[in-house]
Design a binder for this molecule. Structure first.
Ligand SMILES: *Cc1c(COP(=O)(O)O)cnc(C)c1O
Length: 369
């Protein structure tokens, strides 16, 4: 029996072609234009390139379909985060950020929100569900967190936010809309860096914000128009193309990550392997409840930086690089960016390489580490 999600994915591929006339191109057009022909009083959908662009509209429709919520696209994940936060906070507000999430979100808050008079409180992802939420304008979560892969119960936090009138924003980068649906679990806004698995080919930066609240949507759209943090039509087209294979890639990558994590744990029980799919992960039962699959990221904590570097260096199928979610397996020591993790902590972004080859090479690299 096909699921609702299966229908969503099949419809995603076909939606834009349903009304196509004979001779219409299968692939959407790229519209590189800064302006549109506009006689008389300004009216209609196409006026100026900072306000709208037909290729953005294509990708926004596709993402809206996937999120089941109106979507606004941005030129990067950070631009999406800035849009969601900046359009909703003002001096005197208090917001909660994860202390162990994507580090640039915290740097941005310290550099721009704190001097503006916003009080920023930090809490570890695993502790947010138990943190008192009275008096917060925004509660911002990232689950599983990057890089530690800790979880937070989205539905439980959402219920508490509703009691205290806080806006719940969820960064869903690590799971994509196919792996986790924060809006269905009660979040007010979901956002993501589509630079990662959603586009998935390591060839474009992109981001999006989605919400079912008209007022919030309008504020985010207005922010983009006035600040000018707009994506390029070429990147919008690249992400449209990447999106067509998201399900294939995400399934392969997540299943390989699960296989690698469990085999690694079996072969080297003393090696610290962190993956929400492993039964001993502290939030494994929550992962089973709120995620479909366990994601494409896998953490390994080696006993030293040198060992982690050695493993990456001898592994033929691990590109040493930052970022994640691409077709190629890649890895990095997160301590090099200042994340509060052990020196030997490696974040592995599992790619689409056939699993047996990946596993055999992993065993070989470990034997040389
Ligand atoms: C990468 C990342 C971002 C930032 O995205 P960019 O596209 O690099 O701007 C935000 N949140 C998370 C969880 C990320 O991994």
């Amino acid at each position: 029996m096909s699921t609702l999600q299966d229908t969503l994915i099949a419809d995603l591929l076909h939606a834009s072609l349903e009304a196509a006339e004979s001779g219409a191109p299968m692939s959407p057009a790229i519209s590189p234009t800064s302006t549109f022909v506009l006689p008389g009083e300004p009216k209609g959908a196409w006026q100026y390139g900072r306000m709208s662009n037909p290729t953005w509209t294509e990708i926004e429709q596709a993402l809206s379909h996937l999120e089941q919520a109106p979507t606004v696209v941005f030129p990067s994940g950070m631009a999406a985060i800035a849009g969601a936060l900046m359009s909703n906070v003002t001096s005197g507000d208090r917001i909660l950020l994860p202390s162990d999430g994507y580090y640039t979100t915290r740097v941005m808050a310290e550099r721009y929100l704190v001097p503006m008079g916003v009080e920023v409180v930090y809490c570890a992802t695993a502790d947010i569900a138990g943190h008192p939420l009275d008096g917060y304008r925004i509660v911002y979560i990232e689950t599983p967190s990057n890089p530690g892969l800790d979880l937070c119960d989205i539905a439980a936090v959402s219920e508490r936010c509703k009691l205290t009138d806080a806006l719940l924003i969820a960064d869903n980068t690590t799971m994509t809309p196919l792996g986790q649906r924060p809006l269905d679990l009660g979040a007010d806004i979901v956002l993501a860096s589509d630079t990662k698995a959603l586009n998935g080919h390591s060839d474009a930066l992109f981001g999006h914000v989605a919400t079912r609240d008209e007022g919030l949507l309008e504020r985010v759209r207005e922010w983009r128009k006035l600040i000018g943090a707009i994506p390029g039509p070429f990147e919008a087209w690249q992400v449209l193309r990447g999106l067509q294979t998201l399900e294939l890639r995400f399934e392969r990558m997540s299943s390989s990550a699960m296989t690698l994590a469990s085999r690694l744990h079996e072969l080297h029980p003393t090696l610290k392997v962190i993956y929400p799919g492993l039964p001993h992960h502290p939030s494994h039962s929550l992962a089973c409840k709120q995620m479909s699959g366990f994601g494409t990221l896998l953490d390994i904590e080696f006993s030293s930086a040198a060992k982690a570097e050695q493993f990456m260096q001898v592994h033929r199928y691990l590109v040493p690089a930052t970022s994640f979610g691409g077709t190629h397996s890649s890895a990095e020591r997160r301590a090099r960016w200042g994340d509060s993790v052990a020196e030997g902590f490696l974040r592995w972004s599992v790619g689409i390489e056939p699993i047996d080859v990946l596993w055999e090479e992993t065993v070989r690299a470990l034997s040389l580490t």
